[in-house]
Design a binder for this molecule. Structure first.
Ligand code: PMP
Length: 416
């Protein structure tokens, strides 16, 4: 089974619409487009199976419940979990990280340490900051160079008080992959739990939490061709068993009294209220869709594109590259000393090239690197060499026009 980006792209209806025929979509780290099978699964759910799960015993409710539990089993296999009880549905990676921060920190003592990195998405910083404030915990950070974490030096900051290490498997701002094998080695033998933010990784690699060795893994379906509004938390069953729920409500209880309640077993104890059922149906279709692809060839295609992109961008005079093509998840990010990132992005948008500009929800990292905003082009498997060429030509054309117009250094836009 080979991989053809052109054939792959044909499965995404958005690109077939007349207004999008010439679109070069390079904002995939923010969200990917959706294949027809995912869109159909969402609409099929509403057309044929719409009912709330677990509560009722009628035919539609049973069908919805069976669908959710099947997707849970598929998601367990998709992430390499031992059991569907280790899979919790959330709204996305952000909610998954909030769940873990709330639930794990409730069992910690003042002065206990949470170890994070400077490259974290705000979703893997703010929840821990909130818990540190609530429980008197100490936030510590992996040593860094201009904001780029040196995970190879993590042992220097591990202490007997380190209870949780929560780090990204790949930076959404710079694309740098974390060396998970080395990290596992460095953390082994320490009495702590290891949370991995896999929001960017899951789109590009086959994930196997068993071989990674992490205790918890979070991701969002919309980053890997699935719907918005649905994400996954993998947690080791033995750890989840001992953790308190973080939200209360229907579905997560076994018995409720006026003054106290008994909670349901795994994984429902962590899923209060009605889940995004149609999105779960879409996630199921997305997992099947990915299973039908040659993931190794797909990853190879993305690697070739990102290396080409980095090589070409490195040749553009004056561009300051913040990312590089080694161990990169398909993200190229840069600034130009004589123009605001937002102006370049708007120019590209006028040529039907979609990139992101801003701090990419990684303000501490960008600040440490001395910037408030960068241009970020991020690759998915439907991108082609032609997309890269159109993007680079757009950048070059903009810079040429900057030279001929004699535009002076523009201030960087305020952070967004
Ligand atoms: N972590 C990383 C590394 C991300 O890239 C993102 C999304 N940009 C998130 C967490 C949060 O994901 P979501 O907004 O889907 O909850």
């Amino acid at each position: 089974m080979t991989f053809s980006a052109e054939k792959f792209k044909q499965q995404f209806p958005l690109f077939a619409q007349s207004e999008n025929r010439s679109l070069v979509y390079l904002d995939n780290a923010a969200t990917t487009q959706k294949p027809a099978c995912v869109i159909d699964a969402i609409s099929d759910f509403y057309l044929h199976s719409n009912a709330n799960t677990h509560r009722s015993s009628h035919r539609l409710a049973r069908r919805a419940t069976e669908m959710v539990e099947k997707v849970r089993r598929d998601a367990a296999a998709f992430l390499g979990a031992h059991s569907p009880r280790e899979i919790i549905f959330t709204r996305g990676a952000t909610e998954g990280l909030n769940l873990l921060a709330n639930s794990l920190c409730a069992g910690l003592c003042p002065g206990d340490e949470i170890l994070l990195s400077t490259a974290e998405h705000h979703a893997n910083l703010v929840p821990w900051q909130m818990m540190a404030e609530r429980y008197g915990l100490k936030l510590c950070f992996v040593p860094d160079e201009a904001g780029v974490p040196r995970f190879d030096r993590i042992s220097e900051v591990l202490t007997p008080r380190t209870r949780v290490v929560s780090v990204t498997a790949g930076s959404n701002a710079l694309g740098i992959r974390t060396d998970l094998h080395a990290l596992r080695k460095a953390l082994s033998g320490h009495d702590l739990v290891w949370v991995l933010d896999g929001a960017q990784l899951a789109a590009h690699d086959v994930v196997d939490v068993a071989s990674i060795g992490c205790d918890f893994f979070v991701c969002s379906a919309h980053k890997f061709y699935g719907p918005t509004g649905i994400g996954l938390v993998f947690g080791r069953e033995s750890l989840l068993q001992g953790m308190p729920p973080w939200q209360g409500g229907g579905e997560m209880i076994a018995n409720v009294d006026l003054l106290s309640s008994e909670f349901a077993g795994l994984p429902h104890r962590f899923e209060a209220g009605t889940s995004s059922l149609a999105s779960i149906a879409g996630l199921g279709a997305c997992i099947d869709f990915l299973a039908r692809q040659n993931r190794a060839e797909m990853a190879r295609h993305e690697q070739i594109l990102q290396q080409y992109l980095h090589e070409r961008l490195a040749q553009v005079p004056e561009l300051v590259m913040l990312s590089h093509g080694e161990d990169n998840l398909g993200i190229a990010t840069f600034v130009h000393p004589r123009c605001a990132a937002v102006d370049l992005a708007q120019w590209l948008d006028g040529r039907d090239i979609a990139v992101r500009v801003g701090h990419h929800c990684a303000q501490p990292l960008l600040r440490a690197a001395g910037h408030t905003a960068t241009v970020r082009a991020s690759i998915a498997a439907y991108n082609t060499r032609e997309d890269m060429d159109r993007f680079i030509a757009g950048v070059e054309e903009f810079l040429l026009q900057l030279d001929t117009d004699g535009v002076e250094a523009a201030p960087q836009p305020s952070a967004r």
